[in-house]
Ligand binder design. Structure first.
Ligand code: ADE
Length: 226
């Protein structure tokens, strides 16, 4: 998968991709991530990328030209499956959406800022708008990093043990069951016996019961969706 991220603040983003699973995915050639600083596509001498909104509202709007220039340069090099805009009024990010995006070959993500982008960008270039929650961030960079993380870890081969991604919370509409590791006893706090029993069928059954009980307790609305 190739991911192109268009942002006013590339430095804010790069660190997320330089550690752990995201770093390994790139090193192993499974994912390529490229950052594009929109200041470099400005038409003005000072590299300005925003301007006052028509009609006199408060705040600044990201200008159409630098974004259109950047998107079109990238589109001339390859085809994109989706051009995503991060926005609080977009479709809510969910595990099924992350699954769907993880199967794409090339994605572009435009990070919004200030009051947002000139609407003509949304009308003419954006194919998908994604929100990461019902709250307003000061910019789309964190949202783009969240989307990239949720998607990249699902790209086939990124997580060594494929089972591990499949067993994630939400993957089967349930939250994940509790996990334990060594030691089996700490301050007289015991790991449940069944996990030490070696009986895989029983362990699976216990995990499923725990997942259902936890979902009922913590996220009952997930059970109603099924
Ligand atoms: N930009 C600002 N707030 C956002 C949100 N909640 N999700 C995605 N992009 C955003």
């Amino acid at each position: 998968m190739r991911l192109d991220i268009l942002t006013l603040f590339p430095n804010m983003m790069t660190m997320f991709f330089e550690e752990s699973i995201l770093k390994r995915a790139q090193k192993r050639g499974l994912v390529e991530v490229h950052f594009h600083d929109l200041h470099n596509y400005s038409l003005t001498k000072y590299g300005s990328v925003d301007d006052y909104p028509y009609g006199g509202a408060a705040g600044m709007v990201m200008c159409v030209e630098p974004i259109a220039n950047c998107i079109e340069k990238l589109q001339a090099e390859r085809t994109y499956d989706d051009i995503i805009y991060t926005a609080p009024d977009g479709e809510m990010l969910s595990q099924p959406l992350a699954n769907q995006l993880s199967l794409k070959q090339s994605l572009m993500v435009l990070c919004g800022h200030y009051k947002g982008v000139d609407e003509r960008i949304r009308e003419h270039f954006i194919t998908r708008e994604i929100s990461i929650g019902d709250y307003v961030l000061s910019g789309g960079e964190l949202a783009a990093a969240v989307i990239a993380d949720a998607v990249i870890r699902l790209v086939p081969g990124v997580i060594g043990d494929e089972q591990s991604a499949l067993a994630d919370s939400f993957q089967d509409g349930l939250v994940a069951p509790p996990e334990y590791t060594r030691p089996p006893e700490f301050r007289s706090w015991h790991v449940p016996d069944v996990l030490l029993s070696g009986n895989h069928a029983k362990i699976e059954q216990w995990r499923m019961e725990q997942a259902i009980a936890r979902t009922k307790e913590r996220r009952p609305e997930l059970l109603k969706k099924q």
